[in-house]
Design a protein around this ligand. Structure first.
Ligand SMILES: Cc1ncc(COP(=O)(O)O)c(C=O)c1O
Length: 389
């Protein structure tokens, strides 16, 4: 076993020769970041009023081919505002996957709604349409007040899949389920900027979606998030709510709702504008890394997770599947001891105490995957042409 492990570590260190430790996913600043940041400081526009916020939104809109993009302080806040702006009410339920980062579930609770946890597919790592149907058929009933969870008595209003590690879920089937049961489709696309399903950008399939620009994501703004939507009304409400719900007036402070101070500052957006200028290069570099990993792991008989059918993945975090939880844990210790950062999948939401009052069904695939997944270093590889500035 150690022979295999040492081969993997050698290979990863060769991919990232100048880095010690080799990070799981480090940001890269290869363009105009410093120039645009200086511009913010010189202009004094460092908070959320400033040209870079609008420019960043325009760039994302064009890239994802979506009508509205509303920049927020982070992805978690963006999910909360997206749900509130879409009219999700207290105690309503939103179906999501057990295998996700806690922010998906936390943001649903921040919006006063409840997540319902269903299983994922082994072929996508994301929400399983089949598991959704099992839940809907077994535990819900149609009433004059909408679809009700027979156990919790709460109203089910939406489904929010998450594109795990950048791999698109089977979104067409999930969309069909939404149509069949009269549910709203949201997407947690925090990890999937640059990922496509049937040539459409992830996050463009439902009522609205969210991206994250945390320091560990495909591109970063330091901290940041974005709501994507084609819905004019939702976009206007999200923009208004996230900027303290203040009515437009030259001097008076009149707020027509309990607002949030969640808008992305100009200095963060400035970094994002620069990163967007070479997003295509970032995606290409990451795809090349995934191909190298794929070839290497197939030679040593370890499963490297590849983009699902009909999908183009951004390969945000490369993923291998080991044979058992014991092997996973042994490799995590071995690699981290040798300064190669690797990590397991998140502990399933089903097991986390803060969500113990949320409804869930059996999640055998999520459990199976959680025991075996290891994320391996996935940053853009530095070479002679793209030296860090
Ligand atoms: C699946 C998922 N949802 C939501 C978020 C929240 O984004 P942020 O960290 O920008 O708040 C993240 C990332 O961190 C994420 O991975």
């Amino acid at each position: 076993m150690n022979d295999k492990f040492s081969k993997i570590i050698r290979f990863i260190k060769e991919l990232y020769p100048d880095e010690n430790p080799v990070p799981l996913h480090a940001p890269r600043f290869m363009g105009n970041e410093k120039k645009y940041l200086n511009d913010c400081i010189d202009s004094t526009f460092v908070s959320y009023v400033g040209k870079y916020v609008t420019e960043f939104e325009e760039k994302i809109k064009n890239f994802a081919n979506i009508k509205h993009a509303i920049a927020m302080v982070n992805g978690t806040a963006a999910i909360q505002i997206m749900l509130i702006a879409a009219g999700i009410k207290k105690d309503e339920e939103i179906i999501t996957q057990s295998l996700t980062f806690a922010a998906t579930a936390a943001a649903i609770r921040h919006a006063s709604a409840y997540p319902v946890f269903v299983d994922v597919d082994k072929s996508t790592l994301g929400l399983s349409p089949e598991s959704c149907e099992i839940f809907l058929k077994k535990y819900t009933k149609k009433t004059k007040n909408g679809l009700i969870n027979k156990v919790t008595k709460r109203k089910i209003v939406a489904i929010m899949p998450m594109h795990t590690f950048g791999h698109p879920v089977n979104i067409n089937e999930i969309k069909q389920i939404c149509e069949k049961y009269g549910l709203i489709l949201f997407e947690d696309a925090a990890e999937s900027l640059g990922s496509y399903y049937n040539n459409n950008h992830t996050g463009s399939f439902g009522k609205a979606s969210v991206l994250s620009f945390n320091g560990n994501k495909t591109i970063t703004t330091g901290g940041g998030g974005m709501i994507l939507t084609n819905d004019d009304d939702l976009a206007e409400k999200a923009r208004h709510l996230s900027t303290t719900a203040k009515l437009k007036h030259p001097w008076a402070f009149i707020h027509d709702a309990i607002g949030y101070n969640y808008r992305l500052p100009n200095i963060n957006a400035a970094i994002g504008c620069s990163q967007m200028e070479y997003l295509a290069y970032i995606l290409q570099n990451k795809r090349e890394t995934a191909l190298l990993y794929d070839k290497f792991f197939s030679e040593i008989n370890i499963t490297f997770f590849k983009e699902p059918k009909n999908a183009i993945s951004n390969y945000w975090l490369n993923t291998i599947l080991l044979n058992s939880q014991d092997e996973r844990d042994a490799f995590l210790k071995y690699s981290n001891d040798l300064a190669v950062q690797t990590r397991p999948a998140w502990t399933l939401m089903t097991y986390l105490k803060p969500y113990s009052d949320c409804f869930r069904i059996d999640v055998p695939n999520a459990k199976w995957l959680e025991e075996r997944i290891v994320n391996i270093p996935s940053s853009v590889r530095i070479n002679n042409e793209n030296q860090k500035r």
